[in-house]
Ligand binder design. Structure first.
Ligand code: HEC
Length: 99
């Protein structure tokens, strides 16, 4: 009797945690493409600005502005045009979640 009640709860718990894990993995994968220019974890070794330590609001707003041409850019306009709103959100959350 007890086990029958617990089962659905466990299934729901399992599904929600694996969904979260998938979202995080996608954010990590998308953010890997930024490392080529912005450095590992967004810590830039050179003249390109660092993204490390920026808030998710800053990163998502910057990417949307680059994408829409509202922010002057040499390469970021073209780069940002490849991402959907949802992907921008995942990238922004990844960078803001770094310790
Ligand atoms: C080809 C190199 C390159 C890649 C790849 C790249 N960036 Fe950039 N990024 C730049 C440059 C250069 C700038 C300065 C603005 C410009 O000239 O486009 C910049 C500026 C930015 C800024 C504004 C920083 C500030 O302080 O003003 C953000 C945020 C940013 N990039 C995020 C990203 C993210 C997130 C990715 C990955 C999805 C990414 N960039 C991939 C080169 C790159």
């Amino acid at each position: 009797m007890r086990i029958q009640l617990i089962k659905p709860v466990l299934i729901i718990l399992f599904c929600s945690t694996s969904l979260q894990a998938t979202e995080i993995t996608r954010g990590v994968m998308l953010s890997n493409s930024c490392a080529a220019c912005h450095g590992t974890d967004g810590k830039s070794p050179g003249a390109i600005p660092s993204i490390y330590g920026k808030t998710s609001e800053f990163v998502s707003q910057a990417l949307m502005d680059f994408r829409e041409g509202k922010r002057p850019a040499s390469v970021m306009g073209r780069h940002a045009s490849g991402y959907s709103d949802e992907e921008i959100q995942m990238i922004a959350e990844y960078f803001s979640s770094l310790p």
